[in-house]
Design a protein around this ligand. Sequence first.
Ligand SMILES: Nc1ncnc2c1ncn2[C@@H]1O[C@H](COP(=O)(O)OP(=O)(O)O)[C@@H](O)[C@H]1O
Ligand SMILES: [Mg+2]
Length: 350
Amino acid sequence: MKINVVVIFGGCSSEHEISCMSAATIVKALDPERYTVRKVFITKEGLWRYYEGDIEHIDARAVSEQAPEAAILPGQKKAQLMVLRQDAWTALPMDIVIPVLHGKNGEDGTIQGLLEIARVPYVGCGVLASAASMDKLTTKRLVMPTGIRQARYVAVFAREFESMEAVLDRVEAALSYPVYVKPANAGSSVGVSKAEDRAALEQALHLAAEQDSRILVEETIVGREVECSVLGGETPKVSGVGEILAADTFYTYDAKYHNAESKTVIDPNLPAETVEEIRRAALTVFQAVNGYGLARVDFFVEAETGEVVFNEINTFPGFTSISMYPMLWKRQGYAVSDLVDELIEWGLRR
Ligand SMILES: Nc1ncnc2c1ncn2[C@@H]1O[C@H](COP(=O)(O)OP(=O)(O)O)[C@@H](O)[C@H]1O
Ligand SMILES: [Mg+2]
């Protein structure tokens, strides 16, 4: 019996395009002998469409206008994928969902909540880990008791903007320039900026507030950016380490996806004990947020001290052909198809 897999992709976050690329990679890696794959495309407006074509050649407009509506309904005895055809809902078998969604409404626990209520198994982190990891303020607080170093920060709320001078004073009292300003909930560097002075800080706060009313201002960590992949359930596996060489002043959205000069290096030249510390910390962070299935955990290695500083955890990391998550596992001998098999197994086992 083949396993009925539903891949949900697209979505209304700023990472819609990345999700499509990740989903294309994942669908290609699903062995047709083992799985029957069905696809649900979420448009940027949040409409769900049953999509039967190639993800690489998806025409979002045409799909949103012509493809059948799709739905997953809570409260059914057996979860099924509902598709609207000729004005009637038909039910298709659905054993597991892969929510290949990044960012808001996808990686943040909301779709996971829907899938829980619909009683359908799914790949990856549950509601709590997804929500906590998406929210950079909450992640900071959950990781604090582990003792793993993080950038010092000041939390700012958009409602405080009325007394902007006081906000700026508060930041300046705690941190020195340059500082990083980021929305608590976002992704792919959208709304993130580096501020060199008070005027830039104010501007950066407004920019971040377009993404979320909760904002972090962080001390700048000068050093290298490294990432580590985690895979599994109760006793997860941890990959080696990869390094990001950003082409820009920092790893911006453009540097991530449009700049060919941004490079990722697997097994960069780092002291062996630093690599081990990063791998240990990746597992600790994964468990601190109650991770399950997969996550990519991102760190800095500070230039001056060599210290490992935790930056963020992504519960559905990019799965594009240039993404760090699959590349780190490739080095350990796992093809994307092996990863997907294992993720599905963990999803079914939960
Ligand atoms: N405290 C910091 N010090 C130095 N660089 C930072 C800091 N915070 C973020 N950055 C830079 O900004 C990029 C995006 O920030 P990040 O927190 O990873 O947000 P996102 O979820 O958008 O990826 C990072 O990859 C890094 O290049
Ligand atoms: Mg990041």
